[in-house]
Design a protein around this ligand. Sequence first.
Ligand SMILES: C[S@@+](CC[C@H](N)C(=O)[O-])C[C@H]1O[C@@H](n2cnc3c(N)ncnc32)[C@H](O)[C@@H]1O
Length: 177
Amino acid sequence: MKKLLDVGGNTGKWTLAITQASPETEVTILDHQPQIDEAFKAAEKAGVKERVHGVAMNLLDHSKAFPKGFDVVWMSQFLDCFPPKDIISLLKRAKNALNENGRVYIIEPYWDRQQHEIGAYVLINTSPYFTALANGTSKMYSAKDMHEYIEAAGLEVDEEIDNLGFGHTMTVCRQKP
Ligand SMILES: C[S@@+](CC[C@H](N)C(=O)[O-])C[C@H]1O[C@@H](n2cnc3c(N)ncnc32)[C@H](O)[C@@H]1O
């Protein structure tokens, strides 16, 4: 059985997709309890609840380690919710949750990786919206910035794929030797 940690897994969209596609995968969601409760309901409906687990925690408490022993730590559209100091702490804790050959997967829409200028414009201008109307700290980052945070957390880029879906990038990171 492969073990995946879905950090900020929300109501389980990715968790359901991977557990349905891969019967050899079990997933643990880290999020607030109400989101985990919703994900459990969705997992039961989809017939995968035996392979979906959840741990409620405040992910902004840097002193709280993630559970350990994962082949994959998955962070989809999650790190853009936070300022750099929290991103680096989250990536360090993700690294410490990995098995020896495990990988951290980051999925984000970076403004410096868009195929069209309008895509970059829309993403850059999402940041003032986040600051003014959302939590005040979310920001759409460049891949260049994210690479600095990856490095600062003791990880390195193993593989990177641009232009997935609507201009998303998947960055696969491994522990630095
Ligand atoms: C933008 S959503 C992630 C969406 C999901 N991964 C996806 O790709 O569809 C961010 C998630 O992080 C969770 N989150 C944000 N801050 C958190 C915190 N301090 N502690 C626990 N969960 C948090 C939210 O509840 C939410 O589910």
